[in-house]
Design a binder for this molecule. Sequence first.
Ligand code: ATP
Length: 350
Amino acid sequence: MAQLSVTDLSKTYPNGFTAVHPCSFEIEPGEFVVLVGPSGCGKSTLLRMIAGLEEITTGEMRIGDRVVNDVDPAHRDIAMVFQNYALYPHMTVRKNIAYGLRNRKVPAGEIAQRVTQAAEMLNLTDYLDRRPSQLSGGQRQRVAMGRAIVRDPALFLFDEPLSNLDAKLRNQMRIEIRALQRRLGVTSVYVTHDQVEAMTMADRIFVLNDGRIEQIGTPSEIYHRPASTFVASFMGAPPMNLLSGRGTGNGAVALDGGQAVPVPLDTESNRPVLLGLRPEDMALDGAGPIAFDIEIVEELGAHRLLHGRLSEQPFTVSVSKDTEVGTGPARLSARPGAVNLFCAEKGHRL
Ligand code: ATP
């Protein structure tokens, strides 16, 4: 049985704006799902509906075998970790972690035991008597995690929990959160606008755009077989190159502005398409079929980005630091399986 199951769920705010269009999905026990998308796509609204903090306009939601549409947040058996940590400044770390349990009238001995255990897991044992103001950002984040863990909930909900941390700490915390979640086996839904966080943490990613779930898939599926130009451009930095052209009907795309690029797919003759090629799927190859004009070489240490024009259209190639290359004309080949084709008009994958 799915841990979270949602049917025809939607949200229209009282002003008539639909932030989440009807959607259905299931999340399996122990799964780590990341909701990702640009600002305003509806990911927080969806998470808040799961939490019970936002009323549902249509649809049904189940946690385990229980319909929770009308169950208030405190009784949904969920624990939420927020961006701003939501810690009580006047309470010690120990009291902050214990807070939810004390509210639920859990016996004192059991509270002490659970808090000790959580503090050990999170490396907070030495900080239990401090107040939040005496902690670093990463430690505060861990206290917020501790408060969620001690509840032993059916579902963890994370709302951009790392966005207030610096880049280095964010990398470290995302590994810690994922390791902890695996250890505890708690089903988790995690909201972020950071595609790297989504790629590295998720079992499955839900990509949202304009209140619709545009694609659901594993990080590899989302990255290598994006369902639309939106997903192709949103996931990956630098993003997938999208070249406009027309099908030739004989295994090639005739690019606007010049050359024909062979594709291992049937392309309807004269149909306007977008040819998607990831920068790192291209190789400099003297005998390659594609002409590329390199205008700028950008050094990034581990690799180099070559920015230029392919049939007059902007194009970027990523090569390893060992590849000696300068500006000027070059030849490229695409790695097998690297070609993505999209409908130019509607953006969906062909
Ligand atoms: P962000 O990453 O910026 O938080 P988000 O993807 O989480 O964005 P939501 O907060 O879910 O987006 O908002 C989705 C859309 O719903 C936005 O266009 C927002 O302006 C709108 N919205 C949010 N709350 C309300 C409200 N109470 N009334 C009307 N519209 C709202």
